[in-house]
Write a protein that binds this ligand. Structure first.
Ligand code: PLP
Length: 376
C-alpha cells in the first residue's frame, strides 16, 4: 500500500484547453486563458487580478508595491512559508516575526501592537490551512497606525471570513496554484489588488518595468522602461491548465471539504481522550479544506507517528520550520516577543493525506493513525 500526501487533481479538460492554447499560437502570457482566469478571480473575490508564475512572484510584486526598503519593517508570523518573508528581504526590509494563536495557527493580533515601531510599514496575514486570520482585529490596528495589510492567501482560495472572500480583506493579496494547493497549474499564482491606485504600477512591475500594458491599450504611443520590475507572467499553457482547474473549482473544494470533515469526525473521540488536538475553525470562517492536521502531545510523539505511518506506506509530513530561528531568518529578520506557540506547533503538527481522489484510502489513514496514537 502507498498513500501519498498529495496527488494533484486532474479535472479532465486540462489537455483540451492546453491544445486550444497551442492552436491559438498565443504562447506568451496575457492571452485568452489568462484573461479568463483573471476574470474568474475578480468575479469570485473582487479587486483586480493578474496571474503570476507563482505566489512567490505575487509576494515580490506586493513588496515592491508596498514601497518597502532598507530599514523598513514588516510584521508577519514566523509559522509560514519562506516566500512570505523572502519577498520583503529582497527589498532590503526586515521581517519582524511574531507568534501565532495556538488555536488557528494564524498571526495573533494581540501581539501586533507591541511589534510596531516607527519603521513598521506592513502587516502580512497568512491564512494557514485556508482558515482566515482575524482580519477585523488586524485591520483595526493597521488603521490606527497607518499600515498596509497584505494577505498571503496562498492556501485560502475560495475561503471566507464573515462571508467576505479571502483575498478581499486587505490592500493586496497573493494566491498560489502550485501543485500542492487546491487548484493548480504546476507552478502558478496570482496577485489581487484591492486599491485601484496600485493597478497601473502593478502592471508595470509585472511587465519588466515597462508600460507595455498601457501601450497595448494604446494609452501611450511608445513602450519603454519606466520603473523597476521583473517578468512575473505565466505562459498561456499554464493559464489553460489553470482554467480547467477553475471550472472545477467548486467541485474540487466540496470534495476536499468532505475529506476534511470525515477526518474531523474520525478524530473526535481521540481528541476527547486527549490523544490529539484537532484543527480549530472559528464560526465566522468558512474554509476550503486545504490541510487536515493534528497536533500531537510532543515532538517525540509526532515524529514517532510520522515514522509509523511511513512504515504503513502513508506519507504524512510535518510542516513549517519556524522562520525566526532558520539561518536566513536570524540573518535578515528579528522577533518581537516569545514565539512559544510557533515552536510548539512546529514540533507537534502532522498533516494527513488530503487530495481530491483520496477515496477509500482515507479510512485506512484514519484507522492507522487511531491505532498508532492508542485511540483505536
Ligand atoms: C505555497 C505557499 C507560498 C508559495 O507559493 P508558490 O506558488 O509556490 O510560490 C507562499 N506562502 C504560503 C503560505 C504558501 O502556502
Amino acid at each position: 500500500m502507498r498513500v501519498p500526501y498529495n496527488r494533484p487533481a486532474v479535472t479532465g479538460r486540462e489537455i483540451d484547453f492546453i491544445r486550444e492554447a497551442l492552436e491559438t499560437r498565443h504562447l506568451s502570457g496575457d492571452g485568452p486563458f489568462s484573461k479568463r482566469c483573471e476574470a474568474w478571480l475578480e468575479a469570485r473575490i473582487g479587486g483586480t487580478a493578474r496571474l503570476t508564475h507563482s505566489c512567490t512572484a505575487a509576494l515580490e510584486m506586493a513588496a515592491i508595491l508596498a514601497d518597502v526598503g532598507p530599514g523598513d519593517e514588516v510584521i508577519m508570523p514566523s509559522f509560514t512559508f519562506v516566500s512570505t518573508a523572502n519577498a520583503f528581504v529582497l527589498r532590503g526590509a526586515t521581517p519582524v516575526f511574531i507568534d501565532i494563536r495556538p488555536d488557528t495557527l494564524n498571526i495573533d493580533p494581540a501581539l501586533i501592537e507591541a511589534a510596531i515601531t516607527p519603521r513598521t510599514k506592513v502587516i502580512v496575514a497568512v491564512h494557514y490551512a485556508g482558515v482566515c486570520a482575524e482580519m477585523d482585529a488586524i485591520q483595526n490596528i493597521a488603521d490606527r497606525h497607518g499600515l498596509m495589510i497584505i494577505e498571503d492567501a496562498a492556501q485560502a482560495l475560495l475561503s471566507s471570513y464573515f462571508d467576505r472572500p479571502a483575498g478581499s480583506l486587505s490592500t493586496i493579496s497573493c494566491f498560489s496554484f502550485h501543485e500542492t494547493k487546491n487548484l493548480v497549474s504546476g507552478e502558478g499564482g496570482a496577485i489581487l489588488i484591492n486599491d485601484p491606485k496600485l493597478v497601473e504600477r502593478a502592471d508595470i512591475i509585472r511587465e519588466k518595468g515597462t508600460n507595455r500594458t498601457a501601450f497595448r491599450k494604446r494609452t501611450v504611443d511608445k513602450y519603454t522602461w519606466v520603473d523597476i520590475g521583473s517578468s512575473y507572467l505565466p505562459a498561456e499553457i499554464i493559464a489553460a491548465h489553470l482554467w480547467a482547474q477553475f471550472e472545477a473549482g467548486d467541485d474540487t473544494t466540496t470534495m476536499r471539504m468532505n475529506i476534511w470533515n470525515r477526518y474531523h469526525q474520525g478524530f473526535q473521540s481521540a481528541e476527547l481522550k486527549e490523544c490529539v488536538v484537532r484543527p480549530t475553525v472559528p464560526q465566522h470562517c468558512s474554509h476550503n479544506g486545504h490541510i487536515y492536521y493534528l497536533l500531537l502531545k510532543s515532538k517525540i510523539a509526532r515524529d514517532g507517528l510520522i515514522v509509523s505511518l511511513a512504515e504503513d506506506g502513508i506519507l504524512a509530513p510535518f510542516h513549517y520550520i519556524p522562520l525566526h530561528s532558520a539561518p536566513a531568518g536570524l540573518r535578515y529578520g528579528r522577533t518581537s516577543g516569545e514565539l512559544v506557540h510557533t515552536d510548539a506547533t512546529s514540533d507537534r503538527l502532522i498533516r494527513l493525506p488530503l487530495f481530491r481522489d483520496l477515496g477509500d484510502d482515507q479510512e485506512i489513514v484514519i484507522d492507522r493513525v487511531l491505532s498508532h496514537i492508542g485511540s483505536a
